[in-house]
Design a protein around this ligand. Structure first.
Ligand SMILES: Cc1ncc(COP(=O)(O)O)c(C=O)c1O
Length: 437
């Protein structure tokens, strides 16, 4: 069974969304030195464990941004060479993102400043004709980027908001809880794929099926899943899926995949002379061409990781191979981190800790301690060249559901596939020392 079909099989019955850790297709060791050599920032002494807030960037992405600014810094749609180069960058970025997310064509992709901006925009397009008494479902597991746009829409249109809790044992949204909040007035379910605070992965395909059977649209926030796993919009069955390229080794951009018929039909918040049909129907201004070049180069990097670890085939197959290799390397590293953290007295991991359930999470691990402020710990770690975040990290509802202080939240340690066991041991040792004080 290849990893694509194993993803499908697991999602139907169990929470698993990641393929269980397995060797790369070629069973080569993970090329960690070659990987790290591609990221200029990793030459510094610093341990980058702040990845859920933004990943480092390969030199090839930086070069692509720079080249676009030399050779394609013209607006789109002109008769001259630099404008045509900009057109090519635009079209390629859409095509590459469609491939990466499992979309059918570039007409299903909208690129904008950030996931949050795109979600504010699309919430207005979708909700344009919704009326008082219509209902939307948001979760207590989501980042504000997939909560606030819908809450503000509800305020404007008099919509009823239903809140979906996450289960404190499974750390995910349970199908039965979803069924309880749906009814014939439900217009939309806004749901995340993986939590940016607990790291747990939702059974998105199963939840989507339930919501769609009730007649609701499903808008998935995949910002924290896409840096670690291959999203497949066709398999998920959702209507929209959003991500951010600065979380997957690219520049600061948001990317939205949407069903073409919906993108073609919903009210566009764009200028009157924008294209009437996708792609481009929801572009609200001049595209950030240089960033689009960097975005495509970030996907090329994941594809390279697939090739270098032995996957051959189409671009999507090589992208899949890149994700497989990254998962097989970074998830055992995550378990190593969790085990180290569990060995510290009174330190609480706010998420899944069992090795047998590793495939139900991404390698983002948050902790709390009864006596230590997370901001003080993050500052002390920064002084030692270890980058991590503290606070609610915009997972405001998660933080509150866990009974945490709004400002202090958690100490969040997030791995990417370029981190090493030495870095895990470095933060564990540093934390143990700090917590003894
Ligand atoms: C799960 C999740 N959703 C949405 C966002 C917002 O993304 P953006 O910064 O592109 O608006 C983030 C950012 O941290 C996130 O982690």
């Amino acid at each position: 069974m290849n990893s694509e079909s194993s993803l499908r099989a697991t999602d139907q019955t169990a929470p698993a969304q990641h393929p269980p850790s397995s060797p790369t297709t070629s069973s080569q060791p993970f090329p960690i030195e070659a990987v790290r050599a591609r990221f200029p920032a990793l030459r510094k002494e610093c341990a980058y464990l702040d990845n859920p807030a933004g990943t480092q960037v390969p030199g090839s992405v930086i070069a692509a941004v720079s080249a676009a600014m030399s050779d394609a810094a013209s607006n789109l749609g002109g008769f001259f060479k630099d404008s045509q180069a900009a057109d090519e960058i635009y079209v390629r970025a859409l095509a590459v993102m469609a491939d990466m997310l499992g979309g059918a064509s570039e007409r299903e992709i909208v690129i904008g400043q950030s996931m949050t901006m795109l979600t504010f925009q699309m919430s207005r397009s979708l909700g344009h004709d919704w009326r008082a008494g219509d209902e939307i479902v948001v979760t207590r597991m989501d980042h504000e980027g997939n909560v606030s746009p819908w809450l503000r829409l509800a305020e404007e249109h008099g919509l009823t908001v239903r809140w979906l809790p996450f289960n404190r044992d499974s750390w995910r949204i349970e199908p039965d809880e979803l069924k309880a909040v749906l009814n014939e007035r439900t217009r939309l379910l806004a749901l995340n794929y993986a939590s940016n605070l607990t790291g747990s992965i939702n059974p998105v395909a199963a939840l989507t099926r339930i919501a769609k059977d009730a007649g609701a649209l499903v808008y998935v926030d995949a910002v924290q899943f896409v840096p670690h796993g291959k999203a497949d919009v066709a398999q998920l069955g959702c209507d929209f899926l959003a991500c951010s390229s600065y979380k997957f080794f690219g520049p600061h951009l948001g990317v939205l995949w949407g069903r073409e018929d919906l993108l073609a039909e919903v009210y566009p918040y764009a200028v009157r002379c924008a294209p009437q049909r996708p792609p481009g129907r929801h572009d609200s201004g001049t595209p950030q061409t240089e960033m689009l070049a960097g975005l495509a180069a970030a996907v090329d990097y994941i594809e390279w990781l697939g090739s270098v670890t032995g996957t051959i085939g189409t671009r999507r197959e090589r992208i899949s191979g890149g994700y497989r290799a990254a998962t097989a390397y970074e998830m055992p590293l995550a378990q190593h981190l969790i085990d180290e953290l569990l060995s510290v007295p009174q330190l609480k991991v706010q998420g899944i800790t069992q090795a047998a359930r590793l495939h139900e999470r991404v390698p983002t691990v948050s902790v709390t301690h009864p006596r230590h402020a997370n901001s003080a710990l993050a500052r002390a770690l920064a002084d030692q060249g270890i980058n991590v975040w503290s606070g609610h990290n915009y997972a405001l509802e998660v933080s509150r559901a866990l009974g945490l202080d709004d400002r202090e939240g958690v100490l969040r340690i997030g791995l990417a596939h370029y981190n090493t066991a030495a870095e895990v041991e470095r933060i564990a040792t540093a934390l143990k020392q700090l917590l003894r004080q």
